[in-house]
Design a protein around this ligand. Structure first.
Ligand SMILES: *[C@@H]1O[C@H](CO)[C@@H](O)[C@H](O)[C@H]1NC(C)=O
Ligand SMILES: *[C@@H]1O[C@H](CO)[C@@H](O)[C@H](O)[C@H]1NC(C)=O
Ligand SMILES: *[C@@H]1O[C@H](CO)[C@@H](O)[C@H](O)[C@H]1NC(C)=O
Ligand SMILES: *[C@@H]1O[C@H](CO)[C@@H](O)[C@H](O)[C@H]1NC(C)=O
Ligand SMILES: *[C@@H]1O[C@H](CO)[C@@H](O)[C@H](O)[C@H]1NC(C)=O
Ligand SMILES: *[C@@H]1O[C@H](CO)[C@@H](O)[C@H](O)[C@H]1NC(C)=O
Ligand SMILES: *[C@@H]1O[C@H](CO)[C@@H](O)[C@H](O)[C@H]1NC(C)=O
Ligand SMILES: *[C@@H]1O[C@H](CO)[C@@H](O)[C@H](O)[C@H]1NC(C)=O
Ligand SMILES: *[C@@H]1O[C@H](CO)[C@@H](O)[C@H](O)[C@H]1NC(C)=O
Ligand SMILES: *[C@@H]1O[C@H](CO)[C@@H](O)[C@H](O)[C@H]1NC(C)=O
Ligand SMILES: *[C@@H]1O[C@H](CO)[C@@H](O)[C@H](O)[C@H]1NC(C)=O
Ligand SMILES: *[C@@H]1O[C@H](CO)[C@@H](O)[C@H](O)[C@H]1NC(C)=O
Length: 568
């Protein structure tokens, strides 16, 4: 017994000694950085063979990968994108992708099987490169890099099936095969169940149309934190699961798949750990599930563009009956174009009512919402985006909207609002950049010397009653890029300050007013690309036009004289 222990001790010491001498040998002779590893020759050869498979490297990403040159230049651990272990000197990481540390310079060619010699490789990122090679197949041999924990092959334009050999990568935690450029598919995902440690999985764009049991497969990956299955041609999401194992899942993106079944029958609603849920463009119809009200971890919920494109009865009167009052973490709610009917105030009553209220972005545009904007809208103090455009909302715009001091985007366009908009509506709107009030029955009464408390960039007041004077307040504190004040009842000359104050505007529409007088002589200094001034009463000659103008409509005016010659 003792003898055995002694023998083991000797053996251990020998090992230590061996390791120590090896370590010494690996250190740079000139006693430089003690921690800096030095390349193992056969791994350097493997990397050079990989480089041999690269046919195009316009960014010179691999220019540091050289066999010749100074001693330190031959050290592959110092090559760009290569990381070695400090302890063993083996290559541990190869970061040559978009997700790596480099700007997106791309490589073209093929992935050489020589990589198999890097049998300690843990991290391989080749994303975004054109490394599909002549066969365009995702190489099976990558399944033999058994130590991989991280594999990113996204946006390499592979074609054809995903090899089940990847299931041999049993230590994998991160796998990104998303591919919106190529045409990859998989008919059976059961190989994934051999990778129980996987935490991040992205198969975006991979055609999974025949994988009916995908929820069952994913349910066998209990470590999953993020699952991205956008645009996978998944046929449905309604298979029943006896027990839900996905208790760690925080991110789920199944957007852009046509499920064509009622929303309540899909199986996403029990995953209460979810923080991000993207189900936009999934052709699910019918009521929203009540269970949403218990998904209290949700920060982002995107159910937008959910309408059934076939025959349906169920989806026609979708009303937001679910109670989201307890979703105190919700920051983004997107229900744009999702066949929402009903009373807007009723909907607002079901939104998170927490203190502090974290709701920052609310998209309800392109629906059938009716009735009035509630006065207590001011309670949603964190709102940054409020999009209610293209509904049937009636009544006045409450002054309380001006209390939303973080609001940058406000879209109320194409509704049935009436009443008058005054300075008071913007009293504390210190952040407003984008404002859309077009196509309502609104009157805008804002004094010419009033200065907006924020720098407006996008202003759309089409068919609001603004005239008869040209709205003078638009000259103050604005940096407008987009201006639509068409059909606004303006019967006035274009102001003196026109070219100056609007020097950054690229889109301008003031058509269908009663502008009279001449066009400003100094228009040539403006940045306009699109200018619509048709159906006014402008007179005189056409001056030098803005140099970047692409679309110009001056029709139905009283202009005369020649067209100016080419402005460039
Ligand atoms: C390896 O060495 C480098 C440079 O000396 C150091 O930045 C890095 O943290 C070390 N890595 C490990 C895992 O010790
Ligand atoms: C998957 O791709 C391969 C190769 O292109 C093709 O032969 C096969 O039919 C595809 N399977 C499906 C279900 O699209
Ligand atoms: C890898 O997986 C394939 C198919 O799943 C299997 O046939 C093979 O034996 C596994 N092992 C290796 C080393 O490829
Ligand atoms: C998928 O492959 C596994 C293993 O090869 C097999 O047991 C299973 O029946 C297949 N599933 C389907 C739906 O074909
Ligand atoms: C996915 O594959 C199926 C079956 O091969 C095919 O009918 C469908 O068009 C494919 N989807 C896409 C988006 O290419
Ligand atoms: C997950 O749940 C299913 C039941 O749906 C069960 O059969 C399976 O063993 C579970 N898998 C894991 C990995 O926990
Ligand atoms: C999901 O939740 C519903 C109730 O909301 C429950 O009836 C069902 O059993 C749950 N399913 C799973 C798989 O946990
Ligand atoms: C799931 O939805 C599909 C339509 O996408 C439907 O044909 C099928 O019957 C549904 N299955 C269940 C279990 O509800
Ligand atoms: C669906 O939602 C995701 C996340 O919000 C977004 O990145 C994506 O652009 C959306 N898809 C479409 C088609 O709008
Ligand atoms: C407004 O935005 C600022 C800066 O992002 C933030 O610190 C503040 O908490 C926000 N106010 C509210 C009420 O959310
Ligand atoms: C102009 O807008 C900025 C914010 O963009 C604001 O800080 C400033 O107070 C505004 N000026 C006036 C006169 O309101
Ligand atoms: C422009 O129209 C206004 C209002 O109709 C009118 O008072 C003014 O005299 C007109 N000016 C010119 C130059 O026609």
């Amino acid at each position: 017994m003792h003898r055995l222990a002694a023998a083991m001790l000797v053996l251990l010491c020998c090992c230590c000694l061996f390791l120590a001498t090896q370590q010494q040998q690996l250190q740079p002779a000139a006693g430089g950085n003690r921690a800096s590893p030095s390349c193992i020759p056969h791994e350097r050869d493997a990397l050079l063979a990989f480089k041999h498979g690269i046919t195009s490297d316009p960014g010179g990403v691999l220019s540091s990968w050289r066999r010749d040159g100074r001693h330190d230049e031959q050290d592959c651990c110092r090559w760009r994108g290569v990381r070695c272990s400090n302890r063993t000197s083996h290559v541990h990481e190869l970061r040559l992708g978009r997700g790596g540390t480099f700007p997106p310079e791309y490589l073209a060619g093929q992935i050489s099987p020589s990589l198999l010699a890097l049998d300690h490789l843990e991290h391989l990122d080749l994303s975004g490169n054109d490394l599909e090679g002549p066969t365009r197949r995702l190489p099976e041999f990558l399944g033999s890099l058994k130590n991989l924990k991280y594999l990113d092959l996204s946006e390499i334009p592979f074609y054809g099936g995903v090899p089940p050999q990847l299931g041999n990568l049993s230590r994998l935690q991160f796998l990104d095969l998303s591919n919106f450029r190529g045409g990859t598919n998989s008919t059976n995902l059961s190989w994934l169940t051999h990778i129980p440690s996987i935490q991040y999985l992205n198969l975006g764009g991979v055609n999974l149309s025949t994988v009916a049991d995908w929820p069952r497969v994913m349910n066998m990956l209990p470590s999953l934190r993020a699952l991205h299955l956008s645009f996978c041609s998944l046929a449905s999401a309604n298979q029943s699961l006896p027990h839900l194992n996905l208790t760690n899942l925080e991110e789920l993106d199944a957007s852009q798949n046509s499920f064509h079944h009622p929303m309540v029958t899909s199986r996403f609603w029990n995953i209460t750990s979810l923080r991000f849920l993207h189900l936009n463009y999934t052709s699910m119809y019918g009521q929203f599930p009540d269970a949403l009200g218990d998904m209290t971890s949700l920060q982002v919920l995107d159910l937008s563009f959910n309408y059934y494109d076939g025959d349906y009865d169920d989806g026609k009167d979708r009303i937001m009956t679910m109670d989201l009052k307890n979703l105190c973490n919700l920051e983004v709610l997107n229900l744009e174009l999702s066949h929402l009917y009903g009373d807007l105030a009723e909907l607002f009553r079901n939104l998170p009512r927490c203190s502090p209220n974290k709701l920052q972005e609310l998209y309800l545009g392109w629906n059938h919402l009716t009735r009035m904007l509630p006065r207590w809208i001011g309670q949603f103090m964190s709102l940054v985006v409020l999009d209610l455009g293209r509904n049937y909302i009636t009544g006045h715009v409450p002054y309380e909207i001006g209390k939303l001091s973080n609001l940058t985007n406000l879209d109320l366009s194409i509704n049935k609002l009436d009443g008058t908009i005054t300075e008071e509506h913007f009293a504390s709107a210190r952040s407003l950049q984008y404002i859309g009030l077009s196509y309502n029955a609104l009157k805008i009464e804002i004094s010419s010397d009033w200065q907006p408390p924020s720098t407006l960039e996008y202003v759309s007041f089409a068919s609001c009653q603004m005239g008869p004077l040209f709205p003078g307040w638009l000259q103050w504190n604005v940096s407008i890029a987009y201006l639509d004040i068409s059909s606004a009842g303006i019967a006035d000359r274009l102001p003196q300050w026109f070219s100056d104050a609007f020097s950054n505007v690229w889109f301008m529409n003031i058509s269908n007013n009663q502008l009279n007088g001449t066009l400003p002589a100094d228009m040539g200094s403006m940045s306009l690309q699109e200018l619509y001034l048709s159906s006014n009463k402008l007179t005189g000659q056409i001056p030098m036009l803005p140099p970047n103008i692409q679309t110009l409509d001056l029709s139905n005016n009283l202009l005369s004289g020649p067209l100016p010659s080419a402005t460039r």
